[in-house]
Design a protein around this ligand. Structure first.
Ligand code: 13P
Length: 288
């Protein structure tokens, strides 16, 4: 099945009280692992690409070519959206041109009026071209591609202003951060999430920083309107640990263990296992 935008899968998720995972991709192994797991579990999926990862993979056109090729050659029939993660205004336009099916415009660092103006312009372009668009209010903490956010809680009224522009889904800061959570992390602000959901109604809400959020908090967030959950670091940690184990066991020095197809296989399987665990937790299995 060709790429789809994320609107239908997220509308269904919000109505059905489950969430679709956005898993960030970094290379061929990542992309293949996520697509195969989604297909095996009959789950819709969103492939996230940060601007840094896009650059690393030789640019957005390369990413689009790789993903489209895999959808066809791996016979992927579940709905797959290819989504720019935390895009700048220029990055969003480049991805629209390159053939992404969904974009995120992260204008959370602009004053709200500028965030509104730029989001509005991109909503019009996405509507015309049939793409879905995610906007963000209240910066998500932690570090991503060198940008460090403060992990603030969004103002629900500002969320409503952005939601009313016609975005497909909305990321609101609720005390979540990218990367590992510190020991003294107070947890998600369900009070903020509830207030955002009350004002934005049917709008699918997005939870960034999915790595390391305890299962009970994930379930509660879904019950309060979260329909898309982003996971990146957890796949990276799983890949690194499995690769480390392979090399520390000296397997790369046995036979043809140095062949990248063997060397990268444990990490590939570890990504698959992580994605499976998340899809089961988010409730998206069998929802394709
Ligand atoms: P983590 O790296 O914490 O899983 O966050 C991913 C994310 O939110 C991507 O936008």
């Amino acid at each position: 099945m060709p790429l789809v935008n994320a609107k239908e899968m997220l509308t269904k998720a919000k109505e059905g009280h489950y969430a679709v995972g956005q898993f960030n991709i970094n290379n061929l192994e990542w992309t293949k692992a996520i697509l195969l797991t989604a297909q095996e579990l009959g789950s819709p999926v969103i492939l996230g690409v940060s601007e840094g990862a896009g650059k690393y993979m030789c640019g957005y056109k390369t990413v689009v070519g790789m993903v489209n090729g895999m959808l066809e050659e791996l016979n992927i029939t579940v709905p797959v959206a290819l989504h720019l993660d935390h895009g700048s205004y220029e990055g969003a336009k480049a991805c629209i041109e390159a053939g992404f099916s969904s974009i995120m415009f992260d204008g959370s660092h602009y004053p709200i009026d500028e965030n509104v103006a730029k989001t509005k312009e991109l909503v019009a372009i996405c509507n015309e071209k049939g793409l879905s668009i995610e906007a963000e209010v209240g910066s998500i903490g932690g570090e991503e591609d060198g940008v460090v956010g403060m992990g603030e809680c969004a103002d629900p009224k500002e969320c409503k202003m952005i939601a009313d522009l016609g975005v497909t889904m909305l990321a609101a800061g609720i005390g979540n951060i990218h990367g590992k959570y510190p020991e003294n992390w107070p947890g998600l602000s369900f009070e903020t999430l509830d207030a955002v959901q009350q004002l934005t109604g049917k709008m699918p809400l997005v939870l960034h920083g999915g790595t390391g959020i305890p299962a009970d908090m994930i379930k509660k967030a879904i019950s309060l309107g979260v329909s898309k959950i982003n996971v990146n670091t957890e796949c990276q940690l799983a890949f690194a640990a499995a690769t480390r184990e392979y090399i520390e066991a000296g397997k790369d020095q046995q036979g043809k263990g140095f062949d990248p197809r063997k060397l990268l296989a444990p990490g590939f399987e570890a990504i698959k296992a992580t994605v499976k665990e998340k899809m089961e937790l988010f409730g998206s299995v069998g929802k394709a």
